[in-house]
Design a binder for this molecule. Sequence first.
Ligand SMILES: NC(=O)c1ccc[n+]([C@@H]2O[C@H](COP(=O)([O-])OP(=O)(O)OC[C@H]3O[C@@H](n4cnc5c(N)ncnc54)[C@H](O)[C@@H]3O)[C@@H](O)[C@H]2O)c1
Ligand SMILES: [Zn+2]
Length: 388
Amino acid sequence: MNERSAAEAASDILRLELGERSYDIVVGRGLIDCAGESIAPRLGGRRLLVVSDKTVAGFHGARLEGALSQAGIEHHMLVIPPGEDSKSFRGLEDLLCRLLDLNCDRTVTLAAFGGGVVGDLTGFAASILLRGVDFIQIPTTLLAQVDSSVGGKTGINTRHGKNLIGSFHQPRLVLVDTDVTDSLPERERRAGYAEIVKYGLIDDAAFFEWLEQKGGALIAGDAAARRQAVVTSCRAKARIVGADERERGARALLNLGHTFAHALEAENAYGPELLHGEAVAVGLVLAFTLSARLGLSPPDEAARIARHLTGVGLPASIADLRFRSWSAESLMNHLAFDKKAREGKLRLVLARGIGKAFIAEDVPPAEITATLETAIAEGGAEAAEAAR
Ligand SMILES: NC(=O)c1ccc[n+]([C@@H]2O[C@H](COP(=O)([O-])OP(=O)(O)OC[C@H]3O[C@@H](n4cnc5c(N)ncnc54)[C@H](O)[C@@H]3O)[C@@H](O)[C@H]2O)c1
Ligand SMILES: [Zn+2]
């Protein structure tokens, strides 16, 4: 074991156990300023090629580069345009060619310094550059810190949909500085928070209860609460991925609320009016409303979740998404084409209550349609309240 830096000694070090692909997830405050000390002992080769987007590089790039220099790590920063468009064949080609321009060999390590876009693109590039090189994740959005940077799913979007081209390629290290999200717009922070709520709803009712107390402060800037929530979320994700890396079973639980969310996002053509996390917030309530409708979950739980999400400023029902009109029929069409659909029967993550999510294989489409229709017709908290 290497000597630990002072900041790392004050951090939580979680381990994702995957045999020879196991890695540490280091979560703490101020870690960017001593990133080199965490990275150097875990670096296979000599060179680190950092990929970031323009916004993140503008806010935090100099600090990261300073920390790498201080630790004597030879590095180079490649900046890509911010936004989902970079996660494309064109963006991938551009990045790979720029990496090759730097004469890299197979001992090079890539670092993804940014949100989920930078992480997914850089991870995928690492998995195919010279038939595969190492990479590390330094996530800078709340969503990336609690979700996309852990677990090794990488990829790009095509005209057929999001994340349909990609690979499983695990990072060698995930370095999470929870202070770096201070510069994130509050709307993005709130959206990332929906993924944190998801972990409570999947299998940790006590965590959800804690979030009910701390959620608002956490989004507003309570650094201690934010750090604790990120640690709990990463621990949950690491445990689930460690048990099922390739999503043959339990990893699908992480899709709680997501089948609905993807339908809403697709129907809105991935427009900026609806962030992924906002769609997830609505999707979580829909999953619990449907579960109640099927007699699986106590009816007041959906209302409780909706109250919490509304309380922190997230949408909790389709009716809260007032920027366009919605139709249950077209949402159903998206659901049917969702990757999780199997042989005409819809596979969904449902729940027997908060903290008791499970994978349901044969959900009757008529019940889903009815749930969507109600949610479109009625307001968020009111709709769930009406289900009581
Ligand atoms: N691989 C996975 O398991 C997984 C899981 C969930 C989501 N995803 C993917 O993640 C992507 C979404 O990620 P995201 O929400 O992080 O979006 P993002 O990467 O587009 O970042 C959102 C915005 O915040 C800016 N930003 C990032 N960090 C900042 C900071 N610290 N301060 C100020 N601005 C900052 C970015 O420049 C961008 O404009 C999607 O493409 C999604 O498919 C992947
Ligand atoms: Zn998500």
